[in-house]
Design a protein around this ligand. Structure first.
Ligand SMILES: *Cc1c(COP(=O)(O)O)cnc(C)c1O
Length: 401
């Protein structure tokens, strides 16, 4: 297969047999561009504008305060929709806060569950906001240090001083994917808790938090879940841990009975205890509608198409202008998320030239061109055209002007 050259006809043949082809109709995909930045901000699902109009005009406009009865259940019902996409059970996921805040809460809660242990283990290349949150929360505890290790050293760095291992599943720069099941199991053997950031995984990969015995996880919902700019994050906590968990940032909405207005705090049963504040209703309604784009979609099919798109892109680019780039992503798709990163000293200018030609990718310092593949709304033909555009930009040395 790799010896056969990629052509538009060959890409179009894959679209013909693509079981997800019809799902694109559920999205508003602007004409004239190829959108390879769904890993930064997902495209707009067609169901969202109507849902927002209705919540604003009818529920807010007419229902006003009476609408809270409907709205109050949103964090959990949206959470349950996300649970299906990450292999979690009902009642294990809730939508709230933002990734950084939710992660900070989980780290604090995890440290309280492992008194006597002194280390939070993370990867040195973790996403900056995760690193900031880990350091800041660790600093609130006495005698907790953060151990930063290279991704290949994580497994051997887990010992019985580790309270929590806090990792991002798919690296935002390279797309390299960590072994969630294997590392979680190593953490458990050492008695540590495993917290995973699924920002670049949820909605693009076939995840199974339950089978992998993941303890806690967070993720944002504006990337492959298409919830829109600033959409609420999601939090997952395995059922068995929920009743043990103390929310380090308690608020009235995480109280067992918020409208009792009791002076002392009693945590809600289950995942709801992770709530702090009044839910962001407009964002939740948009996310709720956006998640309907996944209805009837198998995450296995999503993963297979993601691999198909990214393999074709790598092969087509390297057939044409392979000498120009270094592949910054793992070559083996089993070790890669849903993105391909190419490194080049002029990456910033290359991305600008691609955007000028309608291929929306992004640049990450120091020298990475990042291409994200959202299988729900991208076609093979488009991704093939993106690869051809990369070749045009390189052949014409457009990054020099
Ligand atoms: C996108 C992303 C975030 C975003 O954090 P917010 O608090 O939602 O802004 C966090 N972590 C990772 C790994 C991400 O990719």
């Amino acid at each position: 297969m790799a010896s056969l050259e990629w052509t538009l006809t060959r890409a179009e043949a894959l679209d013909e047999s693509d079981v997800l082809a019809a799902v694109r109709e559920r999205f508003f995909v602007p004409e004239g561009i190829v959108y390879l930045d769904g890993n930064s901000l997902g495209a707009l699902p067609r169901s969202v504008p109507e849902a927002l109009k209705s919540v604003v005009e009818r529920d807010w406009g007419v229902g006003i305060v009476r609408s809270w009865e409907e709205w109050m259940g949103l964090p959990r019902s949206v959470g349950d929709k996300i649970a299906e996409l990450i292999g979690a059970h009902e009642g294990e996921v809730i939508a709230l806060d933002t990734t950084t805040i939710a992660l900070s809460k989980l780290i604090g809660a995890a440290l309280k569950l492992r008194p006597g242990r002194s280390v939070v283990l993370t990867a040195e290349n973790n996403f900056p906001t995760d690193l900031y949150a880990i350091s800041a929360v660790a600093a609130l505890f006495e005698r907790i240090e953060v151990r930063h290790v290279a991704p290949e050293d994580i497994g051997r760095s887990i010992d019985d001083s580790v309270a929590a291992m806090c990792l991002t599943h798919v690296d935002f720069r390279t797309g390299a994917m960590l072994d969630m099941a294997g590392l979680t199991s190593s953490a458990h053997e050492a008695g540590a808790l495993a917290i995973w950031d699924l920002c670049h995984s949820a909605g693009a990969l076939s995840l199974n938090c339950g089978r992998d015995r993941v303890d806690m996880a967070v993720g944002c919902s504006y990337k492959y879940l298409n919830g829109g700019p600033g959409a609420p994050a999601f939090v997952y906590v395995r059922h068995e841990l929920q009743e043990l968990l103390q929310n380090p940032l308690p608020g009235w909405m995480g109280h067992e009975a918020p409208f009792e207005f009791a002076s002392s705090y009693r945590p809600a049963l289950g995942i709801g205890r992770l709530m702090t504040s009044t839910p962001p209703v407009l964002g939740l309604v948009a996310l709720d509608a956006a998640l309907d784009a996944f209805e009837g979609v198998s995450m296995q099919d999503v993963r297979e198409k993601s691999i198909g798109l990214s393999e074709m892109f790598i092969e087509a680019v390297f057939e044409r202008v392979g000498m120009e780039f270094e592949l910054a992503s793992p070559r083996d798709p089993a070790m890669r998320g849903s993105q391909v990163s190419l490194s080049h000293p002029r990456s910033y200018e290359i991305v600008q030239a691609l955007i000028a030609r309608g291929v929306i990718a992004d640049f990450r310092p120091p020298e990475i061109c990042r291409f994200g593949f959202a299988p729900l709304y991208l076609s093979y033909a488009e991704v093939f055209l993106a690869a051809e555009t990369v070749a045009l930009v390189m052949d014409g040395r457009e990054y020099e002007t």
